[in-house]
Design a protein around this ligand. Structure first.
Ligand code: OFO
Length: 178
């Protein structure tokens, strides 16, 4: 089943959105790596950047499988300076909320076109977005509670990759009614 022109454009726009997200998180990781004592958060954003790139290539493979042509976009200039960690995670949350909005819109398009194969393809991304928004919100809440407490910030940094996994597992369990 060939993609409609509208769907092809939507998928290619999403390729760009994922590429920009990957680039932004890479720039975030670069800033974090220059801050003292934030090895865990740095690793988090390198990993996040890598995942967004995988999301992008997943779209590209899907476009090719549906006999379309993926377009590699020019990247937007990412934000490279941050005032503090809260700003880092606020940007993460805002960005993921925008990505979710965009994906929701494409899910609607797939349904309107009666393209249930594509509708099914999008489901994985919806779950991923829920997971990432949950991670960003949880981390922002924790940072609000931590405030200027350096010992708590040390633990936050040490524990962040475990929290990341835990939120992902909890989101999957919630969706699967476990
Ligand atoms: Fe691509 O997962 Fe979020 O943005």
């Amino acid at each position: 089943m060939e993609l409609s022109q509208k769907s092809l454009e939507a998928l290619n726009l999403q390729v760009k959105i994922e590429a920009d997200a990957s680039h932004q998180y890479l720039a975030t990781a670069a800033w974090l790596e220059n801050q003292p004592g934030l090895d865990g958060v740095t690793e988090f954003f390198y990993k996040q950047s890598q995942e967004e790139r995988e999301h992008m290539t997943r779209f590209m493979h899907y476009i090719a499988m549906r006999k379309g042509k993926a377009i590699i976009p020019a990247l937007a200039q990412p934000k490279t300076e941050f005032a503090n960690l809260k700003e880092v995670f606020q940007l993460f949350l805002n960005n993921e909320q925008e990505v979710t909005k965009s994906i929701n819109q494409w899910v609607g398009l797939a349904l309107n076109e009666g393209d249930y194969i594509k509708f099914q393809f999008w489901q994985w991304y919806l779950k991923e977005q829920l997971e990432e928004e949950n991670q960003a919100s949880k981390m922002l809440n924790e940072l609000s509670m931590i405030g200027d407490n350096r010992a708590a910030l040390y633990s936050f940094d040490k524990d962040i990759m475990n929290v990341r996994e835990k939120v992902a597992e909890d989101t999957s369990a919630e969706l699967n009614h476990k």
